[in-house]
Design a binder for this molecule. Structure first.
Ligand code: 26V
Length: 841
């Protein structure tokens, strides 16, 4: 499929039409394919040419980073060729627009090489130049334009849509600074700014010709149209420019190329000439700094809504630019905006782009003259919304006062939508004030605030959760009143992961083994992994599966030593918990079990304890004090445990700094045990759980999120489930004093808490961890105390299973064989069929 954003396509002229709308020109003829041949010599010459003519370097002066940039530029040419060669029609019947404030991409080199089928070619080409591909790959910075699961999901979806040839654009923000780099100093997290663009970005195309004006503030006036109807006119106080940057997203076997279009904020006028000429040289550039701040930095909040005005400016900025872009494209291609729902499906990734609901209404009614009824039909048949969490503190609301100041016309439209929505309900039945309050777009209990989840729900044709359990909880809790008004709107779309990145590229050894066992077709059709089940009991196959794991563990052992100085034994069980640090994810439960295990080994040194390495990694939000304290506890526990000769060789603990997509790619293939231990009902889905299971790690987990579906697929014998289920969590929370009772009933838990509380891991500052222990003793919102004993039991089952290698490796192989369903290709097909109604080739 030829994607016009990357190649010829529509060119926007800088000179607007009379009505201010951009002037569109017909497509240019396609450029000739310039880079011929995919052989090693051609690739070598292409890389050398980029090094010389794009970077101005010779092989003698080139650094790793230069080789990386030259290689990326040479590959980008091939992506453009692939785009041309696919030769499909320029205007597809329908496009998907995926709006997301986050895209957690990571590195792109191996992704691009893999999907172009050029990995071996590039390796050999660089080899001829005496350059090591792995070293070149290491020179690429991660594009960390996201916090965690939500942003990584968007990146997996983009790759799968390209692989399925679904015509799609991803829309987001081109942050100058992605998620902070995490440094640990004596276990204390320090955030360091990250600058992934410092030396340029060879994958992207700047599009200075694709730019839109984005307005803020001011007031709303009225005029009379020629038909005598009143029209509202927004008279904004401030305007910034959104400039497009496109990164091509190439699908598996280069069949299709889509674009990830990220917006950069620029000042409408770089300098205020009047101020400058008046001598106020600083004031003359102040507006520019304010405008450009919008795309400066990713909010590292992950869950706790950022609250500040700048965040709302970011949300509106990228939503408005994206909608203007797609509306202009639709008008150019089809003319009438009333047909938008037939040709465009817009997916809102969480509520961050929920302002799309009033913005699309504003564009249609105020700018394009549609009636309110027509505009509402178009809006509610084009937009859909994905929810990613039900935790009350994470649900976005914005103060009405702020919305009125920043987006006065949008606030009017929100009031109108709300009025019509409530009017519709009260027309049909009598309804109490209390129930009405739960249905309203305006939350009146915490000062007047706009509920963005409600707004997204009302504007959406479909609303989806991200696992079966999460979707059911949407229907029965937060969205229950809205769900009862339209029981067809909420649907489930269980998350998935792209196997190209998380199996083929991250674990080439396991992929080669799978290809050998079940054939090359497994690369195109992951359901063929099921064929591995036939080898689960085969001793020879088990040995090869274990050897692949061993090799990845040895590599990770080197990383652990480099990053922490800690020596770990690759023969030990690698027990891995990698994700953002949050109380509900319960890293603290894992640490408590580590402390209890430490005490148990010391108490019974003669027992045959299997060697275990506990590995943690994850970032805490900068202002999340409890999370930072959990990191510090893990580090302090590691310090004492690793120095204690009584447990040497049996228990080792390490917290790896600066968790990232790249580090995940190194850790996941090396993991034996996957910790998925959130309080049931709180982890919407999880996707790390899928990556680890796919790579053959066994899960120890609660009945939460997609863990339930993972158990259903791999079988209850091949997963370690423990703890309360979501209903049990609700029941327990209703019994006051459960924590004190649970601690009293568990001498093992009590002893672990006492050791931490008495300064056993922080002798210089005995009270250091009291905030964590006190929370467990007196509140325990996340029910660690209630689940501790069953977690301990499950962990000892893990020990026993590890000591029976034949059954362990059987389970590991079955995990890989039975997790094909968690491919994001499956997820994207479901969205395409049920939500977007777009054809999949
Ligand atoms: C919400 C909250 C609530 C307040 C305090 C803690 C906290 C932390 C995180 C969040 C979630 C923010 C949105 C998000 O990233 N959700 C994640 O989305 C993933 C993709 O659907 C999913 O796999 C994760 O389970 C879900 O947490």
């Amino acid at each position: 499929m030829l994607n016009e954003s990357l190649l010829a396509g529509y060119r926007r002229d800088d000179t607007p039409n009379d009505d201010g709308a951009p002037a569109w020109k017909p497509p240019l003829p396609p450029a000739p394919a310039v880079s011929a041949g995919t052989d090693v010599e051609a690739m070598r010459d292409a890389i050398l040419a980029k090094l010389a003519y794009a970077l101005g370097k010779s092989p003698a002066t080139a650094r790793g980073r230069d080789w990386y940039a030259a290689t990326a530029l040479a590959l980008r040419d091939r992506v453009v060729d692939a785009c041309l060669a696919s030769g499909a029609e320029a205007v597809p019947p329908k496009r998907v627009y995926y709006l997301s404030l986050e895209f957690l991409i990571g590195r792109l080199l191996s992704d691009m090489m893999g999907n172009l089928g050029l990995a071996a070619t590039v390796k050999a080409a660089l080899g001829q130049l005496g350059v090591d591909l792995d070293a070149v790959a290491e020179a690429e910075p991660d594009a960390a334009l996201g916090n965690g699961g939500l942003g990584r999901l968007a990146a997996c979806f983009m790759e799968s849509m390209a692989s399925l040839a679904i015509p799609a654009y991803g829309y987001g923000i081109r942050y100058d600074h992605g998620l902070f780099r995490q440094e640990l100093h004596d276990g204390v997290q320090r955030e360091v700014p990250e600058s992934w663009l410092a030396e340029g970005n060879p994958w992207e195309f700047e599009r200075p010709d694709v730019a839109y004006a984005i307005s803020f503030g001011g007031d709303v006036g009225m005029t009379m149209g020629p038909d005598g109807a009143i029209r509202r006119v927004w008279r904004p106080a401030e305007t910034v420019r959104a400039v497009a940057y496109d990164t091509p997203v190439i699908g598996w076997r280069a069949k299709h190329v889509n674009a990830l279009r990220l917006w950069q904020a620029r000042a409408a006028e770089p300098v205020d000439l009047a101020l400058f000429n008046g001598g106020d040289h600083v004031g003359a550039v102040a507006a520019r700094a304010r405008a450009e701040a919008i795309s400066r930095v990713l909010y590292p909040s992950d869950g706790t809504p950022a609250g500040q005005e700048l965040r709302l400016r970011q949300e509106y900025f990228f939503t408005a630019a994206s909608l203007q872009d797609l509306v202009a494209r639709h008008v150019a291609e089809r003319g009438d905006l009333r047909s938008l729902p037939d040709h465009a499906a817009i997916q809102l990734n969480d509520t961050h782009p929920a302002i799309a609901v009033p913005e699309l209404m504003r564009l249609l009614v105020d700018e394009h003259g549609l009636s309110w009824e027509d505009a509402w039909h178009v809006t509610t048949h084009t937009l859909s919304y994905t929810n990613h969490t039900l935790m009350p503190e994470a649900l976005e609301t914005w103060p009405v006062e702020l919305m009125e100041r920043l987006l006065p016309r949008h606030m009017q439209i929100i009031y109108l939508i709300n009025w019509m929505h409530l009017e519709q309900i009260t027309k049909h039945r009598k309804i109490g004030a209390e129930e009405l309050a739960t249905l309203s777009l305006i939350d009146e209990e915490h000062g007047k605030r706009v509920r963005m989840g409600h707004l997204a729900f009302l504007g959406a044709r479909r609303v989806n959760g991200v696992s079966a359990l999460h979707t059911e909880l949407m229907r029965t809790t937060v969205f229950k009143p809205l769900h009862l008004l339209d029981t067809d709107r909420i649907v489930n779309k269980t998350n998935g992961i792209t196997f190209r990145r998380w199996l083929h590229n991250a674990n080439p050894g396991l992929t080669a083994l799978a290809v050998e066992a079940v054939g090359e077709g497994v690369l195109d059709d992951p359901t063929r992994l099921a064929g591995l089940a036939a080898f689960a009991d085969d001793a020879g196959f088990q040995a090869r599966f274990a050897a692949v794991r061993r090799e990845r563990k040895e590599a990770l052992t080197r990383v652990v030593r480099e990053r922490t100085g800690i020596a770990v034994d690759p023969a030990a069980l690698f027990d891995v918990q990698i994700k953002r640090i949050h109380e509900y994810k319960r890293q603290l439960l894992n640490i408590l079990e580590t402390v209890a295990l430490y005490q148990a080994i010391k108490a019974e040194p003669g027992r045959d304890w299997p060697a275990r390495v506990k590995l943690f990694a994850g970032k805490a939000a900068p202002s999340y004090h409890q999370a930072k304290l959990i990191i510090r506890l893990a580090s302090d526990v590691a310090k004492r445990v690793n120095a204690d000769p009584d447990v040497a060789g049996r228990l080792t603990v390490a917290f790896l700094p600066n968790y990232s997509v790249s580090l995940a790619e190194a850790m996941i293939p090396a993991a034996d045990l996957s910790e998925q231990i959130s309080t049931a009902g709180l982890e919407a889905s999880g996707t790390g759980n899928m990556k680890l299971a796919l790579n053959g790690a066994l899960t120890i987990g609660t009945l939460d999120g997609a863990n339930i579906e993972i158990r259903d697929h791999v079988g209850a014998d091949n997963i370690f489930i423990f703890g309360l289920d979501a209903a049990g969590v609700e029941r327990t929370k209703a019994e006051p004093g459960y924590a004190a009772r649970a601690i009293a009933a568990s001498p093992r838990l009590k002893a672990a808490l006492d050791l931490i509380a008495s300064g056993g891991f922080s002798p210089a500052e005995p009270g250091r961890f009291l905030p964590l222990v006190d929370e467990l003793r007196h509140g325990d919102r996340f029910l660690l105390t209630a689940d501790f004993d069953d977690y301990w039991r499950a962990q000892r089952e893990v020990d026993a299973a590890w000591c029976r290698p034949r059954t362990w490796w059987r389970s590991a192989i079955l995990n890989t064989a039975r997790t094909a369903w968690f491919s994001s290709d499956r997820t994207m097909r479901e969205y395409a069929d049920d939500i977007w109604r777009v054809r999949v080739a």
